[in-house]
Design a protein around this ligand. Structure first.
Ligand SMILES: NC(=O)c1ccc[n+]([C@@H]2O[C@H](COP(=O)([O-])OP(=O)(O)OC[C@H]3O[C@@H](n4cnc5c(N)ncnc54)[C@H](O)[C@@H]3O)[C@@H](O)[C@H]2O)c1
Ligand SMILES: [Zn+2]
Ligand SMILES: [Zn+2]
Length: 351
């Protein structure tokens, strides 16, 4: 089969590799029908995640068809159409029993395309298949469901739910990439008074309006703090969601928040950030961090199936699997190409 193989910083290729086989009896082998590229794959290619070894197949998002299963797999059968979640779950450890699969101690967590071979391939081995895949509901497309492998649960759990968004809240989302946009979409489910999107790229702010932001701020030329204060009678936002992962945006999120408010950090930070306790200590704020657990996937599947969220909006570009080079190029130049999510499918998508 062919797969996107990582060969050290800046190097990857779509090349011939052996097909995966069942190793543990809880594994499934899934034929990949649709997959995508995440910002985290770009981090790996930049060399930001040095534990990724030469020869690793990238990718942690897929929708596919079960090709074979180990003897211990009970919930998934050959021929089933499944969502492969970015987070695998042993189902037995303390964290899995609490729904915190991202922290799995039994060999799960975020492993696909990181610690084991991933989904940017014609076939993928999915460990703990019973707990790490979800049946795809009838009537929804592969590419819609693919958005639930990572970005939707991440924005919803680590942003909206950790932030405790309530009806009537003013929610400020710093960063309007796919993750920030999914936090905007998820916040809308709670009837907030305002959703404010803050980004340096006008194209991303345009997208934010489509996803439900009613106020957009380009913080390269506008004063985000002044605008949010004006909108909230001088108090600040009830919830500020950080969806970039650099020091200035985390600091901005902590400035935007009202006393008693919540800052929910989603961004992956590669360097230390200053926590301004000299300003924050009197303000009763709650700050949360998190790696996605995907405990919300069943909820998001129902919302998608019943058309309460329009996840198809994320898909801006289509490719076939053998066009990975072009797809990576388009995705990595998002500011020029307007890419949000690029979808790669086994069969060409009819236009
Ligand atoms: N916690 C988790 O489990 C988890 C899971 C997936 C992704 N992430 C992280 O979430 C973050 C966002 O992911 P994404 O895929 O949307 O990334 P992205 O790069 O597509 O989007 C980031 C956005 O931030 C904007 N931006 C950059 N600097 C800014 C600044 N100073 N002020 C305002 N906006 C700025 C960019 O214009 C861009 O639109 C990344 O750090 C990613 O690694 C975290
Ligand atoms: Zn990801
Ligand atoms: Zn576990």
């Amino acid at each position: 089969m062919r797969a996107v193989v990582y060969h050290g910083p800046g190097q990857k290729s779509w090349e011939e590799v052996p097909e995966p086989v069942v190793v543990d009896d809880t594994d499934a082998i899934v034929r990949v029908d649709a997959t995508t590229i995440c910002g985290t794959d770009l981090h790996i290619l930049k060399g930001d995640l040095p534990d990724v070894v030469d020869g690793r197949i990238l990718g942690h998002e897929a929708v596919g068809t079960v090709e074979s299963i180990g003897a211990g797999v009970k919930n998934v059968a050959v021929g089933d159409r499944v969502l492969v979640s970015c987070v695998s779950a042993c189902g037995r450890c303390r964290y899995c029993r609490e729904g915190a699969h991202g922290q799995c101690l039994g060999g799960g967590g975020w492993i696909l395309g990181y610690r084991i071979d991933g989904t940017q391939a014609e076939y993928v081995r999915v460990p703990f298949a019973d707990n790490s895949t979800y049946p795809v509901p009838a009537g929804v497309s592969d590419e819609q469901i693919l958005m639930l492998a990572d970005i939707l649960p991440t924005g919803y759990e680590v942003g909206v739910l950790n932030g405790g968004v309530q009806p009537g809240d003013v929610v400020a989302v710093v960063g309007a990439g796919p993750i920030g946009l999914s936090a905007i979409m998820g916040s809308r489910l709670f009837s907030p008074a305002h959703v404010v999107a803050i980004d340096l790229a006008d194209s991303r702010l345009e997208a934010a309006k489509q996803f439900g932001a009613d106020v957009t701020i380009n913080n390269g030329r506008e004063d985000a703090l002044a605008i949010v204060r004006e909108l909230t009678g001088g108090l600040g936002a009830d919830v500020a969601i950080e969806a970039v992962g650099v020091p200035p945006t985390f600091e901005l999120a902590t400035q935007l928040i009202r006393p008693g408010g919540h800052v929910a950090n989603i961004g992956v930070h590669g360097q230390p950030v200053t926590l301004h306790l000299e300003d924050l200590w009197t303000r009763n704020v709650t700050i949360t961090t998190g790696l996605v657990d995907t405990y919300s996937t069943p909820t998001l599947l129902r919302l998608t199936k019943d058309q309460q969220v329009d996840v198809g909006r994320f898909v801006t570009h289509h490719f076939t699997l053998d066009q990975f080079d072009e797809a990576y190029d388009t995705f990595s130049r998002a500011a020029d190409t307007g890419a949000l999510k690029v979808v790669l499918t086994r069969e060409p998508v009819p236009s």
